[in-house]
Design a protein around this ligand. Structure first.
Ligand SMILES: NC(=O)c1ccc[n+]([C@@H]2O[C@H](COP(=O)([O-])OP(=O)(O)OC[C@H]3O[C@@H](n4cnc5c(N)ncnc54)[C@H](O)[C@@H]3O)[C@@H](O)[C@H]2O)c1
Length: 431
């Protein structure tokens, strides 16, 4: 029989190294036990997180679906909004309907008795409350605007299954040239992936709609031949925005070629007017002048003033509607083309470029205030020195004829701005 001392020796031997090893083994065992239970806990935690995430995504799927896939009230709103109220009227899906050009076009189409359903994701590229205000205005004309993204393919196919749209007026996009430096992926999301999702839905729809969509004057990029004609080079974009619009022209051509979609691409030249875009110079200058803040005016090489072919919104709306009215039919069914369909591209501009300092002096006159100007050399972030549209093709084929000069157009814009934001700068009054 071993003495207590021997037993103690065995448990706690006198050799220091041994003690360390034995103790270390004990600690190790404890550590392993502890680690085993920690890893079990970790696995459980992971399992619970996965379960919660699946539940939440299922919930969001159910709520998204129920928002538009299982509500008969929602279906009815789409059908009613899409139905024309005049004989031979069009039924148009307007993407970007809560945007500047989209809201104006939707109202004009509705006014003449066409059916209009809007689609917009109300993103916060600029103040979404302005988009909501436009939506409220459309709603007063019985135009339903669906709150959804172009990339939501289920939503798009649901819309096409509910309403036999004769036309799509595709205006949704990530606009703006300089923002691409900050958020390039938003251009890919809306202008490339979103465009393809829309074209996929349109080519599968029965009937296939004619697609009229907004390209941009920015596709002319570094072209220095003036005025810009549709046949000029467009392979030297100066910004990612321009590159995505150029890509859009190639992508729409493919859908025209393979699936027989009727395509009309419209190259808008600097559109301005009431309910316009806060990110554009005429809008932000107005805000700054009223607030007594300085405005930055860019200059090109050798201090040359920048110039734009500013085009009033009502002229653009007439160009869009003429494009809808003259678009030939798509020729595909069930995703297969049965013959060639039209593929058209038009400039929609004003044909009289105005320099930015002249724009500022017109604003000063209408606002009855002097601007504090800061002249700065144009940074190389996507802007081009001038734009100038040749519109002979649109004149010949669409009967397009701009009628509003910058002086008159800015007067209307300033009137709207003052009534919308009120004199206390930033406070909104009703539209
Ligand atoms: N205003 C101009 O000077 C001008 C010039 C050339 C081309 N364009 C083009 O004309 C079209 C209309 O421009 P705008 O000035 O009305 O711009 P806008 O930003 O006011 O309108 C675009 C609308 O599209 C929506 N949108 C963006 N991405 C979307 C997505 N993935 N899904 C659903 N909705 C989405 C936005 O919320 C916005 O309301 C755009 O395609 C633009 O690139 C405009």
């Amino acid at each position: 029989m071993r003495s207590v001392k021997e037993q103690e020796e065995e448990l706690f031997p006198s050799t220091p190294g041994k003690v360390k090893i034995e103790r270390a083994h004990g600690i190790n065992r404890q550590f392993h036990r502890c680690f085993a239970s920690t890893s079990t806990m970790f696995l459980w935690a992971l399992f619970l997180i996965t379960l919660t995430a699946s539940y939440l995504s299922f919930q969001s799927f159910v709520s998204t679906s129920s928002r538009f896939l299982s509500s008969s009230a929602w279906d009815r709103q789409i059908r009613e909004s899409a139905a024309p109220v005049r004989s031979q009227g069009l039924s148009v899906l307007v993407t970007g309907a809560a945007g500047f050009v989209g809201s104006h076009c939707s109202l004009a189409l509705r006014k003449r008795g066409d059916g209009v359903v809007g689609l917009d994701n109300f993103n916060s590229y600029y103040d979404p409350s302005l988009k909501r205000a436009r939506q409220a205005l459309l709603s007063r004309s019985s135009i339903f605007v669906v709150d959804g993204d172009l990339n939501d393919r289920r939503l798009l196919s649901k819309l096409f299954s509910l309403a036999p749209f004769s036309h799509v007026l595709h205006l949704a996009a990530q606009a703006g040239v300089r923002y691409a430096v900050e958020n390039p992926s938003s251009y890919v999301h809306s202008n490339i992936a979103g465009l393809v999702a829309l074209l996929e839905a349109a080519r599968s729809a029965d009937p296939q709609p004619a697609v009229i969509w907004a390209s941009s004057s920015s596709v002319y990029g570094l072209n220095d031949k003036s005025p810009f004609s549709e046949s000029d080079r467009t392979d030297r974009p100066a910004s990612l925005y321009a590159a995505t619009k150029k890509a859009g022209e190639a992508i729409t051509h493919t859908y025209n070629h393979i699936y027989g979609l009727s395509i009309t691409g419209l190259r808008f030249f600097t559109v301005y007017g009431p309910m316009g875009r806060p990110d554009m110079a005429y809008f932000s200058f107005t805000k700054a002048i009223l607030a007594g803040k300085p405005i930055t005016i860019y200059r090109g090489k050798n201090r040359a003033d920048l110039a734009r072919d500013f085009t009033y919104i009502d002229d653009i709306v007439r160009g869009c509607i003429a494009s809808l009215d003259t678009a030939g039919e798509s020729t595909g069914t069930g995703g297969k083309k049965s013959g060639p369909a039209p593929y058209r591209i038009f400039n929609l501009g004003n044909t009289s470029p105005v320099t930015v300092p002249t724009l500022v002096s017109i604003l000063e006159k209408h606002l009855r205030l002097k601007a504090k100007k800061k002249l700065v050399e144009m940074p190389g972030n996507g802007d081009v020195p001038f734009t100038h549209a040749n519109i002979s093709l649109a004149m010949a084929e669409l009967g397009y004829k701009p009628t509003t000069n910058l002086e008159t157009g800015l007067k209307k814009f300033v009137k709207w701005y003052l009534s919308y934001y009120g004199h206390s700068r930033g406070r909104k009054t009703n539209l």
